[in-house]
Design a protein. Structure first.
Length: 372
């Protein structure tokens, strides 16, 4: 993507700050943010029911471009990655959500697309029991699936416990912020955030100097929910942002889990309500979570070669070799082109490899070499 297209995409995002779904519709319909910009005064011919308010907002893109240029310069000066929804490094699970942000800003060194991602959230006023459950959960995940990325919101309570527990267990961890990367809120979590940059990172959809606003925290919850395979609500009262995250996760068809509380535990009232309404699966231990998800520790390359590769045919081995060399997931068409074979000859091979546990099919019908 060119820097100019990225600027147009940033301007489109800024012009419609709380309308991510509409931004995505505009982008998909016209093909690029530049096309949206060039047709900003005549979008009615593409959208029959375009509201005057939306048309007004999009017409502001031109005035926002200088601000976008300053933001891009700020990001480059502070080692902030600016990722568009079309970039390979963008969180691929989040990209599946129709209201995913078109642009995110990232600090740190973490891969957003590992094999396993769990978001862990909960009340800001957590109890000792909630803290213990969170720590045990993260430690259990680390012992069985040490490649798992832990995501949360760097807020008080369960969020920061999840991040600190991940750091203690040497798991990568990402904090999703509700403001720009020019500050850390709450400030008391600044040291934790600095540690996370070495073994994880921080991401946000908000530009620098964005004011702290309650609506922004609710908006960022969709990123916490959308970029994970599963969401765990550790502890939540009857009302709170965690329940909003659980609702979004269910809408995105993510697995949602929660710990139960006693009827008298007000800080677990929301967890019990989720279980009662089938909004979350009850778990009592890390093993419950991992067993339900079917996750196991990824085998090493040597283990794969020892236990799987001798069983492969020459044609199957050729597919594995291509994926090994690529070092990334591949679509069927790319596999076929690399092997110089028609797709209908590759499909039976990938199916056989999947049944042998060598491959798995990822979102977007891309093939992933297990343990890579």
């Amino acid at each position: 993507m060119t820097d100019q297209e990225l600027l147009y995409m940033m301007a489109l995002t800024m012009s419609m700050r709380q309308a991510s779904k509409h931004q995505r519709t505009l982008l998909d319909t016209l093909g690029s943010a530049q096309a949206v910009y060039e047709n900003r005064y005549d979008l009615g011919r593409f959208f029959e029911n375009l509201s005057p308010r939306m048309g007004e907002a999009i017409s502001m893109m031109a005035g926002l471009l200088p601000q976008c240029e300053k933001e891009l310069a700020y990001a480059q000066a502070h080692q902030i990655r600016v990722l568009s929804i079309h970039d390979d490094d963008y969180p691929k699970r989040l990209r599946q959500c129709e209201d995913a942000p078109l642009v995110i800003y990232a600090l740190g060194n973490t891969n957003f697309n590992p094999e396993h991602v769990v978001s862990i959230v909960g009340t800001r006023r957590c109890t000792e029991r909630g803290r213990d459950l969170c720590q045990q959960l993260v430690a259990g995940i680390a012992s069985r699936c040490p490649d798992t990325l832990i995501v949360s919101g760097l807020a008080y309570g369960i969020d920061v416990v999840a991040h600190r527990s991940a750091l203690d267990a040497q798991l990568p961890t990402i904090g999703v912020l509700a403001h720009g990367l020019d500050e850390i809120y709450p400030r008391s979590h600044r040291q934790t955030a600095i540690q996370m940059l070495q073994h994880g990172g921080l991401i946000t959809e908000f530009t620098s100097h964005t004011p702290i606003d309650r609506l922004n925290f609710l908006q960022r919850n969709r990123i916490v929910a959308g970029m994970a395979d599963a969401v765990v609500i550790v502890e939540s009262p009857a009302r709170g942002g965690s329940l909003n995250t659980a609702r979004l996760a269910n809408e995105y068809q993510r697995d949602v889990f929660t710990f139960p509380g006693r009827p008298s535990d007000l800080t677990f009232e929301g967890c019990n309500m989720l279980i009662r309404r089938n909004g979350a699966v009850l778990i009592t231990s890390p093993d419950d979570l991992l067993n339900d998800l079917g996750w196991q520790a990824a085998p090493t390359v040597d283990e794969r070669q020892k236990t799987l590769f001798p069983e492969l045919t020459a044609e199957e081995q050729a597919v594995v070799d291509v994926l090994n060399r690529a070092g990334d997931d591949m679509a069927l068409s790319d596999l076929a082109a690399t092997l110089d074979q028609p797709p209908y000859k590759i499909t039976p091979l990938t199916l056989a490899l999947e049944m042998k546990g060598v491959l798995k099919v990822m979102p977007g019908s891309r093939y992933h070499l297990v343990g890579s």
